[in-house]
Design a protein around this ligand. Sequence first.
Ligand SMILES: *[C@@H]1O[C@H](CO)[C@@H](O)[C@H](O)[C@H]1NC(C)=O
Ligand SMILES: *[C@@H]1O[C@H](CO)[C@@H](O)[C@H](O)[C@H]1NC(C)=O
Ligand SMILES: *[C@@H]1O[C@H](CO)[C@@H](O)[C@H](O)[C@H]1NC(C)=O
Ligand SMILES: *[C@@H]1O[C@H](CO)[C@@H](O)[C@H](O)[C@H]1NC(C)=O
Ligand SMILES: *[C@@H]1O[C@H](CO)[C@@H](O)[C@H](O)[C@H]1NC(C)=O
Ligand SMILES: *[C@@H]1O[C@H](CO)[C@@H](O)[C@H](O)[C@H]1NC(C)=O
Ligand SMILES: *[C@@H]1O[C@H](CO)[C@@H](O)[C@H](O)[C@H]1NC(C)=O
Ligand SMILES: *[C@@H]1O[C@H](CO)[C@@H](O)[C@H](O)[C@H]1NC(C)=O
Ligand SMILES: *[C@@H]1O[C@H](CO)[C@@H](O)[C@H](O)[C@H]1NC(C)=O
Length: 390
Amino acid sequence: MVPDFKSRCPFMVPLLQPQRRKLLIGGICVVLLVVGVILLTYFLCSGEGEFVLDRTPLFAGRNNLPESLMALWAGNLSLLNLNSDLREIYQNDSCFWCNTDLPRLRRGKVKSQFWIANAGCSNDSQIYSTLKQLDIIDRLIKKYPSDFQLIRQSKDLKEAHKNNKLGSIIAVDGGQSLMDSNAVLRIFYNLGVRAVALGNNCTLESGNTTMIKSLEMEMVVHEMNTLGMMIDIQGLSKITQKNILNISSAPVMISHTAAAALYKYEGNTDDEIMELIKSRDGLLMITFDALNLGKQDNVTVSDVTKHINYVVDKIGFDNIAIGGNYDSYGEKPAGLEDVSDFPLLFKELKAENGSKWTAGNLDKLAGTNFERFFKNVENVRNYTLILENE
Ligand SMILES: *[C@@H]1O[C@H](CO)[C@@H](O)[C@H](O)[C@H]1NC(C)=O
Ligand SMILES: *[C@@H]1O[C@H](CO)[C@@H](O)[C@H](O)[C@H]1NC(C)=O
Ligand SMILES: *[C@@H]1O[C@H](CO)[C@@H](O)[C@H](O)[C@H]1NC(C)=O
Ligand SMILES: *[C@@H]1O[C@H](CO)[C@@H](O)[C@H](O)[C@H]1NC(C)=O
Ligand SMILES: *[C@@H]1O[C@H](CO)[C@@H](O)[C@H](O)[C@H]1NC(C)=O
Ligand SMILES: *[C@@H]1O[C@H](CO)[C@@H](O)[C@H](O)[C@H]1NC(C)=O
Ligand SMILES: *[C@@H]1O[C@H](CO)[C@@H](O)[C@H](O)[C@H]1NC(C)=O
Ligand SMILES: *[C@@H]1O[C@H](CO)[C@@H](O)[C@H](O)[C@H]1NC(C)=O
Ligand SMILES: *[C@@H]1O[C@H](CO)[C@@H](O)[C@H](O)[C@H]1NC(C)=O
């Protein structure tokens, strides 16, 4: 006997008709499509599905290429072809000075960085060495105008990125090159310098001294706040670091450091200073210098992630950035030998702990923390100018 569908399930009968079945299948397809689009939109907008460095412009920290070019070619750029692999030109695979060229910067997805002008140590080279490297940076940017753009203010970062150029922020390393003079500081600013490391690594107690006496230091810090220059307290004694953190109206940074709690080494930062950096919304930038990361010979990318994870576990995700420090003395971790290797670090962090390193947290490390820091330093300057003009 044929069951009485109509009485038992009144909706079944119409569905059995081909016309209605098509409608139903069509309806299900529409619903699935809508759900799919919603999920995809969520996925893309949250960034979870996209590689962080394709989404957020990477600020890659310090790069000492100007000093390399001094050391290798006495700053003669007519010999330089930055579009070639510099390791081949130097014919030295293990060259400390050969970490950087344009093809590798592009592979590394580097979108902005500090070009460092390092101060000399002998009395007559302190400022001369800095000026020679500032001149190299200037000529480098002019030699490759379609690749580099000088960054004068925080908003230039977006502009450079839009122009598909590497945002070039000039930083001076070595308070000794200020010669105890705010005049020198102001001239540096006019030459485009936007960050200065106040420490002096020339003395025996390197990483533990400042040539600036406390009163002079107060004047320098105040002048840097007024000019809108980023203050780098890398390598200063803890007492001086605390002083500057207390005096400065703008947040300050430590430009190439690691966690002292994991590995005690000159220039590494202890928990107390980390907390202070956080409380002032400053920036702790993790170096890739193997010497800072661990005592074993074979430092690898996972040593870098250990230090980064230590810092974010201690002070959260808002006050950390990449320190890099390529083209400096000393080894880099295996896997992070040159500027083309930044993507590996971000992949490693996500692979080690994807729920911790969400898209938002990776963005912070890659660049949004640095951009906010730079803006805040500039805001203090702008605010000071408004007060002075009232
Ligand atoms: C730079 O190098 C080029 C090519 O070797 C040479 O012709 C030029 O004289 C050098 N310039 C200086 C200032 O040494
Ligand atoms: C290669 O570079 C390393 C590090 O800069 C240096 O120690 C070594 O002497 C160089 N080798 C050659 C053959 O130039
Ligand atoms: C360097 O300058 C300091 C302070 O001006 C002075 O005491 C010292 O003797 C100088 N050293 C040399 C080698 O000239
Ligand atoms: C100080 O640091 C700069 C940059 O790393 C380096 O060029 C210089 O040789 C250092 N000086 C000393 C005495 O270590
Ligand atoms: C400087 O370093 C020495 C050890 O090298 C240490 O005894 C001293 O306390 C440090 N001074 C400051 C002010 O941190
Ligand atoms: C911070 O500076 C204020 C003055 O602006 C001073 O009263 C205070 O003692 C300083 N604190 C530290 C820890 O140096
Ligand atoms: C470092 O690596 C080299 C070769 O990759 C190996 O010979 C050496 O034993 C390693 N050293 C340590 C301390 O693991
Ligand atoms: C990932 O990070 C979270 C938050 O820090 C932590 O609770 C969890 O244990 C970590 N997972 C692994 C596998 O390390
Ligand atoms: C600071 O002021 C200048 C103009 O005087 C402006 O171009 C810049 O964007 C301002 N910076 C911030 C962070 O608002």
